[in-house]
Ligand binder design. Sequence first.
Ligand SMILES: Cc1cc2nc3c(=O)[nH]c(=O)nc-3n(C[C@H](O)[C@H](O)[C@H](O)COP(=O)(O)OP(=O)(O)OC[C@H]3O[C@@H](n4cnc5c(N)ncnc54)[C@H](O)[C@@H]3O)c2cc1C
Length: 541
Amino acid sequence: MTTASQSLPGERLRVAVVGGGCAGLSSALHLAPLVEKGLLASPIDIYTHDNPSMSHQRDIGVGVWSTALDPFRFEQDRPSHQLAYESLIQAGTWVTNVGYRTPDGSWLMKSHLPSNHSEVDQRNMPALLFLREKDLWNSLSTAVHWEQQRGMIQIHAQQKVTQLWEQSTRPFSTHLMIENQKNKDLSLPTERDYHVIIAADGTHSLLRQQYGGHDVERRVRLTGTGALPMPLDIPAEGQHASAADWNEMQRQTGIGLQDRHYTVYRGNAPLTREEMGLDDTSFQTWGTGNSMRFATVPMVYPVGNRKEERQVWFITCDDPEIAQETNPIKRRDMLLEKFHGWHDPIRRIVEATDPNEILADRAIAHRYATSPVLNFNHVVEKMRGIRPPNSGSGPFIIFVGDAFMTIDPILAQGFTVGMEGAYIMKKAIEKACVKCERDPTLNYDPYLLEKVLKERDESRMKRLVCLLRATELVQFLGQPSGTLGQFQTKILRPVVHMIPNLIKSPIFDRVLKYSLGITPFRTVADVHGNDEDDTSKIRKI
Ligand SMILES: Cc1cc2nc3c(=O)[nH]c(=O)nc-3n(C[C@H](O)[C@H](O)[C@H](O)COP(=O)(O)OP(=O)(O)OC[C@H]3O[C@@H](n4cnc5c(N)ncnc54)[C@H](O)[C@@H]3O)c2cc1C
């Protein structure tokens, strides 16, 4: 196989990214070096529905694991990647001391996370960066801007992609359909057609809704949440009349959302650890019943030449009355009432937060992950009864971020999974940028791309299953309800209290690594889909 280069004649892959969130920006950033190498056609087009200067600008603190940041860190020859990494690190705080408590304030367990890279490498333990959501997005956006100035990436803002053009006469590509801003019933095709479409358009992804869940070979993939109740908005099992209806029902199940039965309230309290008389330990407090949980993490970020400190906190609970309350002051009071009697400084932290700035999000999740669409023409034929007028299999659609799977926010790994997925997607595409043996006019191999995308999907599934199992475990331990809650309070937690921290802490570390897909049989390199060459390059760094 010969690597395609800019000087070689022949068609190169054209890639479009749909969505300008963290998953979309990370995807374009990871692909940009392939444009410069001449492996991909220039530029990578990002189509995003929102206005970039207005959206993704929330102050709320969020956590991102080093497994998502390392691919930027290790790309030392790429200024934009170094720019993204440096500004992410500068904007955030590494979370080091962490612990779990019960509502009376006693500690169930304490542990220590790495605070620098050498500790990460020594302990083979990922680190957690905490930063404002807007700083996360702005850091990636600054790097994208760098690439845009050099012609590697092009952003098309306020462009809503409604679907793909289903009449393409080209065997492996098609156009995106963009909603007409004056007449929303009308969509028009983009000027360029694309071989690879990265769907990073979030939880309510239109591309997922239309083309996802059509995986005929493997049907819907169970990903570890099978025991959960039926997803929202889909007919109950058994209501189908014919095989065709059943397939459609199964597809709806595959792409549907489910309610996770709790609401998350989040805020940044303008208090310092010093003012609260506390050290820098972040803690989670696990209640009993109603999915009640509290957590707080200190976050320090630069504002000009100064540093600001906030205590990022979140509360989870399942109380419809609080969830339906629209008056922010009343809602905060109801939360305080609900958590009345919980240990200090929970009340002080929530009270110090401006009620208008407390965010409330219902916890929802996709029940299944979406595999890439490897035969678009076949999917169109299944849906419409007529296939596009060409001899190939059509473009590839790869789902990344929340469009791939929106995960229960309990372990707060959505950004991490999206950014990791963006890097792995790039590795798969890079492998297929070789002269096609079957068609020498192509500087990419669609058959090889299909194969590597399948492999990538398998690898992502393994990582995802770890996270989903850990999610179920934490839900069981941290947000128990009913008789489970009584069992936890009366039996399990007193037993855990008695076990020395020396024993509990390594177990915690093991579960945490497992949630990130790192097991005795899978290293961080496997999570990143790295091969021998990459690993030795990283070792040198
Ligand atoms: C309460 C809560 C707390 C969380 N906390 C954390 C945390 O601490 N850490 C963490 O890692 N994750 C956390 N998450 C998850 C995280 O917020 C998501 O996983 C992340 O925002 C997903 O990013 P994304 O880029 O995939 O999607 P999004 O951020 O939703 O971006 C989607 C983009 O696609 C665009 N778009 C949508 N439709 C179209 C269309 N048709 N055409 C063109 N563009 C389109 C949108 O305009 C947007 O720019 C939390 C989630 C919740 C609910």
